[in-house]
Every structure is written in C-alpha cells, then in structure tokens.
Design a protein around this ligand. Structure first.
Ligand SMILES: CC(C)(COP(=O)(O)OP(=O)(O)OC[C@H]1O[C@@H](n2cnc3c(N)ncnc32)[C@H](O)[C@@H]1OP(=O)(O)O)[C@@H](O)C(=O)NCCC(=O)NCCS
Length: 285
C-alpha cells in the first residue's frame, strides 16, 4: 500500500459525507465541470465518494474510470483550505472500495496538475491524437486464414480476454464499459477469428463525417501476422463507406507498434497530447 495520509500538511478536519441535499449550499466554482443538477445526481450515484468540509462549501467528488471498479477518479475538488484533507479522504474511500489507482478527470488535470503532482500523483501514461486526412480506403486484401465478422453480445468475454493479452492493465475495458460502448450510436465492432478462436477486434464510430478508431487489439500470441493491419484496413474501409471524411484516434505516445501501423495507413501525429495523471493506492493485486 502507498501511504494515504501525509501528516503535517494540514490538520485533518472532520469531513462529512456530501449528501445530495447539501449540494445547493456548496461553494461552486465558476469553472466547475458539473451543473448543480449533474453534481447532485453524481453524489446520489456515488455516495461513498463525495465529501465536504464541515464549514464553508469546500467539497470533493470521485467516480470510477471507464466503469472500472479498480481505477477511481477525482472528478472535482473544490477547495483551498481543506484541499489536502478532502483529497486524502477521497483516496481513502477509493482504497476501501478496492481501487488500485486513482486518476484525475481531464478537468482536474487541467485545473491544478501541480497540486496533485505535489501530493503523490504522477504521469501514469501519455496519449496522443493521430488523424488521417486523406480519406483513402485501403484495398481489399486477398482472402487469408482469418475471418472477420461483426461483434455479437456473446463475444464480450472473448474480447475482454484479448484485451488482457494485448493492452496494458490501465487500458483494459470492464465488461460494463464494453457493453455500453457496443450499444452507442454509430459504433461498429468487428472481431477477427482464426480457427473459430477470437484473436483480435476493432471498434470504430462514425458520426456524420467524423470517424474515430476507438479500439484495435490483437492477442499477443498472434502479433506480427498481419491481423492488426487486416482489422485496421477493414475498419477504415467501413468508416469511409459510412461517410467519414476525417478519421482520428488516440494512442499512447510510447506505443511504437501501433503508431507505425497507423502511419503506414496515412495517419499523422497532431500536437494534441494529454497525460493521464494518477496516484497508485496499491502497487499490485
Ligand atoms: C498494434 C497491434 C494491433 C498491431 O497488431 P499486429 O497484428 O501485431 O500487427 P501487424 O502484424 O498487422 O503489423 C502491421 C504493421 O504494424 C506495424 N507493427 C506491428 N508490430 C510492430 C512492432 N512490434 N514494431 C514496429 N512496428 C510494428 C508495422 O508497420 C507493420 O507493418 P509491416 O509488417 O509492413 O512492418 C498490436 O500490437 C496490439 O494489439 N497491440 C496492443 C493493443 C494496442 O496497442 N492497440 C492499439 C492502441 S490504439
């Protein structure tokens, strides 16, 4: 376990759980990412991850990252005097609930990353955006041993298994996240099978003329055999056929295999990069 409370920085005040009915009395910053109603709903949904100072209106609210139950979030921390105490209280609640890591929402990372870096947080990964502007569809490959077909609900466990053998732990989908993703408008998931075994998949979204490659993964036992490229090329053809004229994606800046594959298919790096800022609560499971 990583130590949760740092003595000395601030004396720990008696913080109280934030009740939905108290939300109206909070000191809400103008920059808050949540409307009062959204904050009230959020607090009602995650009652054990919302705390406020006993006096004044300082508060903190947390949640769960990508519907994971082992990666928590700091959604919003509104406080100065009690900032450290509120943060530590939320981290303790996350630790009790089973989180291994807590990451900042984009709002918090943008507001005061320095504060968090001074309190045990670090950059746990870095992602970048790539874009394909040429709208050129890759040609159909000759038939090979792999079969591509559209995802069905029954594939959920096999897809999650592929993820555990391809992505780093941080990027694993939860079953809930995958199921929710699969039902979003414009989403198309395709799986690759070899001898009826699911060995890879792609996920992409088209909304009007914007395409986005959301996921691409091949089980590591089958890396380097052309399956990632097969899945990517198929997803690009499908997005362009569905009307996409610009296609974007995000990947880790250090993911050299993926970046090489995307560059091979006309993607270029943009200036957009973002750190994932988090604090480990447990070093391993
Ligand atoms: C990225 C990934 C999908 C590639 O799948 P793959 O089936 O191993 O890749 P392919 O065999 O189809 O390779 C196609 C191209 O990708 C690039 N590539 C693949 N592996 C590479 C490696 N280890 N190093 C450098 N380039 C690599 C090359 O450009 C290659 O073309 P080439 O064979 O003409 O050199 C796979 O590595 C993976 O699942 N990684 C983990 C999940 C992930 O990172 N997904 C993408 C995140 S957005």
């Amino acid at each position: 376990m990583v130590g949760l409370f740092r003595p000395g920085a601030q004396t720990m005040p008696q913080l109280v759980p934030l009740d939905p009915q108290d939300v109206g009395g909070l000191r809400r910053p103008l920059t808050s990412p949540l409307s009062t109603r959204a904050l009230r709903d959020h607090v009602a949904r995650y009652p054990h991850l919302a705390w406020r100072a006993p006096d004044g209106g300082e508060y903190v609210v947390g949640g769960w990252w990508r519907r994971r139950d082992d990666v928590g979030t700091v959604e919003e921390l509104a406080g100065r005097r009690y900032a450290v105490a509120l943060l530590e209280r939320l981290l303790a609640a996350h630790a009790t609930a089973g989180a291994r890591l807590v990451v900042l929402s984009p709002h918090e990372a943008g507001q005061r990353e320095r504060f968090y870096l001074d309190h045990g947080f670090q950059h746990v990964d870095r992602i970048m955006r790539m874009e394909k502007l040429d709208a050129v569809a890759p040609p159909e490959p000759p038939a090979g041993p792999a079969r591509l077909r559209v995802y069905a609900d029954a594939d959920c466990d096999a897809v999650l298994e592929v993820e555990r053998h391809s992505f780093d732990w941080l990027w694993w989908n939860s079953a809930a996240e995958l199921r929710a993703y699969a039902t979003q408008p414009g989403v198309r998931i395709v799986v690759a099978e070899l001898d009826r075994q699911l060995v890879g998949y792609s996920g992409s979204t088209v909304v009007r003329r914007d395409g986005h490659l959301d996921r691409l993964a091949v089980h590591d036992a089958w890396h380097g055999r052309g399956l990632g490229e097969l899945l990517l090329a198929e997803a690009l053809r499908a997005m362009l056929a569905a009307g996409a004229r610009w296609i974007g994606l995000t990947t880790q800046t250090t993911n050299h295999a993926a970046r090489a594959l995307y560059e091979k298919h006309g993607f270029v790096s943009t200036e957009l990069e973002m750190a994932i800022v988090g604090r480990w609560l447990r070093t391993e499971d």
